[in-house]
Design a protein around this ligand. Structure first.
Ligand code: FMN
Length: 186
């Protein structure tokens, strides 16, 4: 699939067919998802790949994850960014750590998720992110260490478009270009 089509075709799909994700497609997602840009190459993102139906069921019960044959839980460690930015090449001239006007760990995990979403489309699959509203439960369920934060559950599978109902939020439509793109000056 060409890149423009992959971007335009990506939608959050919340209903999936039970058809398993082919191993080659799963492997391509796992191979590519580590290629996200990362501040200082800190690489603070870790992924829990959940294929066991028993674990998936438990996940569904403890979160709002959508039922799908493949689930990925992206987690991020803020600590790894502080560790990296305390290395000599990242310290400010006065020897102190930057004060993080933007939390790059959130930026990085978003980039990693986008690779997963687009790779899924490229494989003829679809995906949906359910936010982790009870990260404490997910942490317990999946044995996530204390310094990693689970950001959500990505469900992946073949879209079941007959059962899927697009989010009501989509009625908002895209904001007009002139509102979001500013040339040379806001
Ligand atoms: C950070 C984030 C969290 C989201 N959480 C949820 C969620 O918990 N449940 C849900 O149904 N959709 C969730 N969405 C999907 C958005 O509603 C969706 O991306 C938006 O309506 C635009 O639709 P589209 O992605 O299909 O283009 C989330 C999206 C993002 C980026």
């Amino acid at each position: 699939m060409d890149f423009v089509n992959a971007v335009l075709k990506r939608r959050m799909i919340r209903k999936f067919k039970p058809t398993p994700v082919p191993e080659e497609s799963q492997n391509r997602i796992l191979d590519l998802m580590q290629h996200y840009p990362s501040a200082g190459f800190s690489q603070g993102v870790a992924f829990i790949v959940v294929t066991d139906p028993i674990v998936q069921k438990r996940l569904k019960n403890s979160s709002r994850a959508y039922e799908a044959p493949l689930m990925i839980v992206p987690c991020v460690s803020e600590k790894l960014y502080h560790d990296r930015y305390r290395e000599s090449d990242k310290l400010r001239p006065d020897g102190t750590e930057i004060d993080w006007p933007t939390p790059y760990w959130h930026f990085d995990v978003g980039c990693a998720c986008m690779i997963i979403f687009l790779t899924a489309v490229n494989e003829g699959l679809a995906s949906a992110l359910a936010g982790a509203f009870r990260p404490d439960l997910l942490r317990k369920e999946l044995g996530i260490p204390p310094d990693f934060h689970p950001v959500g559950i990505i469900s992946i599978g073949y879209p079941d478009l007959e059962r899927d109902t697009p989010s009501p939020s989509l009625k908002r439509g895209h904001r007009p270009r002139r509102e979001v793109i500013h040339y040379n000056n806001w």
